[in-house]
Ligand binder design. Structure first.
Ligand code: PMP
Length: 291
């Protein structure tokens, strides 16, 4: 892994932050997870825009211009040197005294990590994931706007842990109204009668870049796609369900709470979108110099 930290690119194992960084003490900061594929940083400008907006909402000043963060990201990706990888951008509040007040933290910190991509094994990808409905709910936007990708992922972690303890792959988080929000770190889509549906952003999911890419591909290919409220019933009775995320890409869901969804042998929409997303990724990323 390579890390950009304090203006230098070093080996990831040498990258350290102070224990008094409020990102560490309080989860005070924001982040992005980005896919490098085909030697490009996928939709880097859109990820930077989401980072900028997340930071703005929590009144966290970026320590450099977006153009400089972009350059740092590409330089770190070039130093890592692989055509397939994963990028983590972090902006933390920086070092300050004890206490949640961020105003005595004068220097926000930007870190870029580029490392190997961790994917589900091919067998899970073929068979599909098994999900359970999480006991914890996705916090509503009046707790913290759900479009903010903050450094505090405790409810996602609780949901994931429940899934792991139940011996399945991931958890489905419902919103405060009991409708579908998303999986622990991925958006969710279902397919019925050749049309796509995904929870509207007002239902509480993160505005995923992969989710948005699927919606763009659907629009370009004339596939009907609705953003609307969905319930567990809609997923359990769908023809296909799949998750979307920078890390996982598009990955089928085979089961929710023990109910088998569709058929593992027939996922025509997923196959079509996987192919289309790969082509989309080849065209929509910032080229990494030298690789
Ligand atoms: N929801 C959550 C909570 C996430 O952490 C992620 C991963 N960033 C996603 C959805 C998927 O978003 P993206 O496609 O931008 O990776």
């Amino acid at each position: 892994m390579k890390a950009w930290i304090d203006g230098k690119i070093i080996d990831g194992s040498d990258a350290v932050v102070s224990v008094m960084d409020h990102g560490f003490l309080y989860g005070d900061g924001v982040f992005e997870g980005i896919r490098i594929t085909h030697g490009r940083v996928f939709r880097l400008d859109d990820h930077l825009a989401r980072l900028e907006n997340s930071a703005k909402l929590i009144s966290l000043e970026l320590p450099a211009s977006v153009a400089e963060l972009r350059e740092a990201t590409l330089a770190t990706a070039a130093a890592f040197g692989e055509r397939e990888a994963y990028v983590r951008l972090i902006v933390s509040r920086g070092v300050g005294p004890f206490g949640v007040d961020p105003t005595p933290c004068p220097e926000p910190r930007f870190i870029c990590l580029v490392g190997s991509v961790v994917l589900y094994p091919e067998e899970r990808r073929r068979q599909g994931l098994r999900l359970v409905t999480a006991a914890v709910r996705r916090p509503s936007p009046d707790v913290l706007d759900t479009r903010v990708k903050s450094l505090n992922y405790l409810n996602n972690i609780q949901a994931k842990l429940q899934a792991v303890r139940a011996g399945v792959d991931d958890a489905l988080l419902l919103n405060q109204a009991g409708r579908v929000a998303e999986a622990s770190v991925a958006n969710v889509f279902c397919v019925r009668g050749g049309a796509l549906a995904t929870p509207a952003l007002s239902e509480g999911p993160l505005g995923g870049i992969t989710r948005d890419s699927v919606l763009k591909i659907a629009a370009a290919q004339g596939i009907e796609a609705r953003e609307e409220p969905l319930t567990r019933y809609d997923l359990i009775t769908a023809d296909e369900v799949f998750l979307t995320g920078s890390g996982a890409g598009l990955i089928p869901v085979a089961e929710l709470d023990g109910r088998v969804i569709g058929s593992a042998d027939e996922r025509p929409m997923l196959a079509r979108l996987t192919h289309a997303l790969d082509a989309f990724r080849q065209e929509n990323g910032a080229l990494i110099p030298g690789i």
